[in-house]
Write a new protein. Structure first.
Length: 132
């Protein structure tokens, strides 16, 4: 595979490059729609405290739905790499859960880190919907 074809195919898989068809050339652009900013719930119960030194503002986080969670059917876990940090707060997760269940692409980024005793104030993140 030629280098350019490889790069285009890799970018297409992430939704960042134009999609080519044999007869037409069309560009797919995604709009970013900011859905919410939230504190991290459950900081003290998961791995957030142990990986605190590795977190930085601007870092990408990953969301994973947990529809079989016994405490909340709309639960969404927040992960940094392979470490479970906590959850999206229960009072703020229904819309995001529905979007994730529909296969929508959501991007989550750390927007604030504070050295606080209150675990609800330590990590704040933003969730954006990458919408076509």
């Amino acid at each position: 595979m030629k280098r350019n074809n490889f790069l285009v195919s890799m970018l297409q898989m992430t939704g960042l490059a134009p999609r080519f068809t044999p007869y037409t050339l069309s560009f797919t652009r995604r709009r970013r729609v900011m859905l919410q900013e939230s504190p991290l719930a459950g900081y003290q119960y998961h791995r957030a405290a142990s990986i605190w030194p590795f977190l930085q503002v601007g870092e990408q986080l990953h969301l994973k739905r947990e529809p079989s969670n016994p405490h909340d059917p709309y639960a969404i876990a927040v992960w940094f790499k392979n470490e479970h940090l906590g959850y999206i707060p229960r009072r703020e997760n229904r819309t995001l859960a529905r979007l994730l269940d529909q296969g929508e692409l959501l991007e989550t980024t750390i927007v604030r880190l504070l050295e606080e005793e209150n675990p609800w104030r330590k990590i704040r993140f933003r969730v954006e919907w990458l919408h076509q």
